[in-house]
Design a protein around this ligand. Structure first.
Ligand SMILES: *[C@@H]1O[C@H](CO)[C@@H](O)[C@H](O)[C@H]1NC(C)=O
Ligand SMILES: *[C@@H]1O[C@H](CO)[C@@H](O)[C@H](O)[C@H]1NC(C)=O
Ligand SMILES: *[C@@H]1O[C@H](CO)[C@@H](O)[C@H](O)[C@H]1NC(C)=O
Ligand SMILES: *[C@@H]1O[C@H](CO)[C@@H](O)[C@H](O)[C@H]1NC(C)=O
Ligand SMILES: *[C@@H]1O[C@H](CO)[C@@H](O)[C@H](O)[C@H]1NC(C)=O
Ligand SMILES: *[C@@H]1O[C@H](CO)[C@@H](O)[C@H](O)[C@H]1NC(C)=O
Ligand SMILES: *[C@@H]1O[C@H](CO)[C@@H](O)[C@H](O)[C@H]1NC(C)=O
Length: 301
């Protein structure tokens, strides 16, 4: 019966000249698990929409006090990342001298230059069960990071703002963020490495920045068993597990933030003081941002 149906489908396709080959297969999404919160940006999405509630991200946080997201985000002319196929596109998050965040009820964070797209509200479904946080990143050769500084570009920040369940950093790590494990000293970490840190700021995995292609990352956060597992690929390659599930304290709830937080040099508090050069123009190109339900081991690769 099944054979008969498939022959007749192929026959009808042939009759009407419908292509059943690879062009069709290439336009199918690689996402296989239910999406809990979607940060993919549709091809027809316009910049002013990032300032409205139509945005997949908070229109309000966390950005320079006097900047709007439509000023901060660019739509770069690059190939789409693997999880943006077939209907979504890349965005670029930028920082400049005005990227100084003023938190509600706080004071200006003069140490940082910061623009972070915020997803979820800290007490949503991405904070229970088992969830995989996906992002892809590409470098803009005309708006490169200065790796003399430490950057935190993607993180899952605890609701009490006193730490992260995980973060994705690069550059020269500040002594204040010194990993507490004995295997990787601050000075032993090449500034050109992406570093994934656990909730204790220990570096649990690294890979070099690729300057001319997409790098695809995912972190599976198991809130039931308190573990993290990291997945990685380059270009259109399938994600591979690059760590085992590693013990991590995933408690405290939190929000996923994607962008750039450039830390100062010569700093004491990191947040409020230190050195940042003037005339900054830096960006990170992102794509394939989504959080999926990985209960039962489902992972889109
Ligand atoms: C983008 O395309 C989708 C699907 O065709 C449509 O529903 C949506 O309204 C469009 N959005 C804009 C801003 O044009
Ligand atoms: C897109 O990919 C094609 C094929 O790999 C490549 O020739 C082209 O330069 C890429 N375009 C951009 C803007 O990256
Ligand atoms: C934003 O504008 C206000 C009013 O002009 C000014 O006081 C404040 O310093 C500006 N903030 C930044 C980060 O430039
Ligand atoms: C957070 O978002 C979830 C899902 O949209 C909603 O059910 C919940 O009430 C929200 N919580 C708060 C504190 O806004
Ligand atoms: C990188 O940052 C350091 C410290 O802020 C600064 O001294 C240096 O001039 C910067 N390098 C470039 C190439 O911008
Ligand atoms: C440090 O290295 C040892 C030996 O390779 C390993 O058993 C241990 O798990 C590592 N510790 C951390 C925190 O990565
Ligand atoms: C937690 O770990 C137990 C024991 O390894 C396993 O049977 C169970 O499936 C895990 N549950 C989740 C939600 O990961």
């Amino acid at each position: 019966m099944i054979i008969v149906i498939s022959i007749s489908t192929a026959f009808v396709a042939a009759l009407f000249g419908i292509a059943l080959g690879s062009p069709v297969a290439r336009s199918v999404s690689a996402i296989k698990c239910p999406i809990t919160i979607d940060g993919r940006v549709p091809t027809n999405f316009t910049l002013p929409m990032f300032d409205t509630t139509a945005s997949p991200f908070s229109p309000q946080y966390s950005k320079g006090q006097n900047l709007t997201w439509s000023q901060i985000i660019k739509l770069p002319d690059v190939n789409v990342s693997k999880f943006d196929i077939p209907g979504d596109k890349a965005i670029e998050v930028t920082i400049n001298d005005q990227s100084i965040f003023l938190p509600g009820g706080g004071k200006q964070q003069l140490g940082f230059r910061r623009a972070g797209l915020l997803m979820g509200n800290g007490s949503d479904a991405t904070n229970v069960g088992v969830k995989t946080f996906h992002w892809s990143v590409q470098q803009d050769s005309s708006m490169k990071m200065n790796l003399t500084h430490e950057y935190m570009n993607v993180w899952h920040e605890r609701n009490d703002y006193n730490g992260n369940q995980f973060s994705f950093n690069t550059g020269i790590m500040l002594a204040q963020d010194k990993p507490t494990d004995t295997n990787v000293s601050t000075t032993g970490l090449d500034k050109n490495l992406w570093k994934i840190l656990n909730n204790k700021n220990d570096v649990i995995w690294t890979t070099y920045i690729v300057w001319d292609n997409w790098q695809n990352f995912a972190v599976t956060v198991d809130y039931v068993n308190n573990t993290l597992q990291i997945w990685y690929s380059v270009g259109s390659g399938p994600l591979q597990a690059v760590t085992e599930p590693l013990a991590n304290d995933n408690s405290g709830g939190g929000q996923f933030q994607i962008g750039i937080a450039k830390k100062p040099t010569e700093t004491i508090t990191v947040v409020y003081d230190g050195y940042q050069e003037s005339n900054l123009h830096e960006g990170q190109i992102y794509g394939g941002i989504f959080i999926e339900d990985s209960i039962g081991g489902c992972i889109s690769t």
